[in-house]
Write a protein that binds this ligand. Structure first.
Ligand code: FCB
Length: 455
């Protein structure tokens, strides 16, 4: 940015959007033929969800979607990223299509297009049909092929109107939160062989889905969404730098490298063997040709950015004193507010991987701010968060990053997975007793920004 007084103008065709996901907002879990998902099942496990809630009603978006489209239209957003619930489309996981499930998304897509909002569909945002989990879920290679069949069905049904497709949301979360810390479905702990095979089959599913979308939506664009955490060592000691390399391999490169045709990072494989987390460097799930499939040529890379990590090797003796420390400016998730990290990761992606285009498919923050006596939700911290991160996008574009879209997470307060409804990420406040929606001040701020097309 040249000077503070000057406005940075985003390119005219830059996409300003908002994002949600099916399980987090839809509710209506038993309606119109939807089958149980792995998240319905996890919610029944005592202690799994902080406030003992579930997705049964959520924001009732399944019934209230016209109101939600109207809210987006008033905000002036150009695009809406939502996910399709696989258990609504193919309740048995693999096999017969449920027309009622297709009809729901078809109506939503028509409603969006009538309101001048472009739909962006995420095929998988974590609500796997439970029936597939009973057969091993993502640790079973067949699930990647079931995902391909589901992709075929839904892209045929919506591809005439939906032009932007995200295959998979956040393989790291699916793998590590699902199979190592166990906070996410299917809620398995400390099982690296399963975590790695699940990650592999999820990425294989992505690779299988790309050509299917290309066939069914010739004028569409397709990519995967990864959650990335830029990181830096707390000091320049060898121990901290090595811990940082390790973290980067664990969090970022394990997914980026295969998607960009480089296979799995050898240093990370060696780390896993050294730590005794896998028996040897043979990756038993890796079949001939898989890496080529996973490296399918896509149109964009989606990234979700929330925070950075400062890495310290706590076990190292006589380590250098840290010269980088996290600030205490944190959201309700305990995640540090660090806009510079977004700029850095975007520039790094351009330099290291050179994707054709990048879309920020999620960025946002949790703050509890409730309506005041006048019914106004003064979420100034959220505005500051968005302001800082959108400036970071502007700076990245100035450095030549091919950034084409920004989606704020989230349109609505919603079911924040293992945290239940306690963490509020919405631009729109949801009263969970009445299900009334109130756009927060940040929603008005975002509307103004979109109107100006700059910051
Ligand atoms: C991301 C998820 C999204 C939401 C945000 C806060 O990891 O993709 O569903 O939970 O975090």
């Amino acid at each position: 940015m040249k000077g503070l007084a000057q406005m940075f103008k985003f390119p005219d065709n830059f996409v300003w959007g908002v994002a949600t996901s099916s399980f987090q907002i839809e509710g209506a879990v038993d309606v119109d033929g939807r089958s149980e998902s792995i998240w319905d099942r996890l919610c029944k496990r005592p202690g799994a969800i902080a406030d003992n809630t579930n997705g049964d009603v959520a924001c009732d978006h399944y019934n209230r979607w016209p109101e939600d489209v109207k809210i987006m239209s008033d905000m002036g957003v150009g695009a809406y990223r939502f996910s399709v619930a696989w258990p609504r489309i193919i309740p048995t996981g693999r096999g017969a299509t449920n027309q009622k499930g297709i009809d729901f998304y078809s109506r939503l897509v028509d409603g969006l297009l009538e309101a001048g909002i472009d739909p962006c569909v995420t095929l998988y945002h974590w609500d796997l049909p439970q029936i597939l989990e009973d057969q091993g879920g993502w640790t079973n290679r067949d699930t990647a092929y079931a995902f391909a069949d589901y992709t075929e069905t839904i892209s045929r049904a919506l591809g005439d109107r939906v032009k932007t497709w995200v295959t998979i949301n956040e393989p790291w979360c699916i793998s590590v939160l699902g199979y190592i810390n166990g906070e996410h479905a299917p809620g398995i702990k400390n099982d690296w062989p399963k975590a790695l095979s699940a990650a592999h089959h999820v990425m294989l599913g992505h690779g299988l889905a790309v050509p299917i979308i290309r066939d069914n939506v010739p004028d569409g664009e397709v990519g995967i969404t990864v959650n990335l955490v830029p990181n830096e060592p707390a000091s320049q000691s060898g121990a901290d730098r090595d811990a940082c390399r390790h973290f980067d391999g664990f969090f970022n490169r394990w997914y980026l490298d295969p998607v960009f045709g480089r296979g799995y990072p050898a240093d990370r494989v060696a780390d896993l063997v050294k730590a005794g987390e896998i028996p040897s460097s043979d990756l038993p799930f890796l079949h001939k040709g898989d890496l080529e499939t996973i490296a399918a040529d896509s149109d964009f890379l989606g990234i979700n950015y929330y925070s950075r990590a400062v890495i310290r090797d706590e076990k190292a003796e006589n380590n250098d004193p840290p010269d980088v420390v996290s600030t205490k400016n944190e959201t309700d998730m305990g995640w540090e507010v660090w806009p510079l990290g977004l700029e850095q990761i975007l520039v790094r992606l351009k330099d290291d991987y050179n994707p054709k285009a990048i879309q920020v498919t999620e960025n946002g923050c949790a703050y509890a701010t409730a309506p005041n006596a006048d019914g106004i939700v003064e979420d100034t911290e959220r505005i500051a968060y968005f302001d800082g991160h959108i400036r970071a996008c502007a700076k990245a574009i100035e450095q030549g990053v091919p950034l084409t879209a920004y989606y704020a997470w989230s349109l609505l307060d919603n079911f924040e997975w293992a945290f239940g409804y306690e963490k509020r990420f919405g631009l729109v406040y949801v009263d969970y007793d009445t299900l009334d929606r109130t756009p927060k001040q940040s929603a008005h701020w975002y509307r103004d920004l979109i109107q100006k097309g700059g910051i």
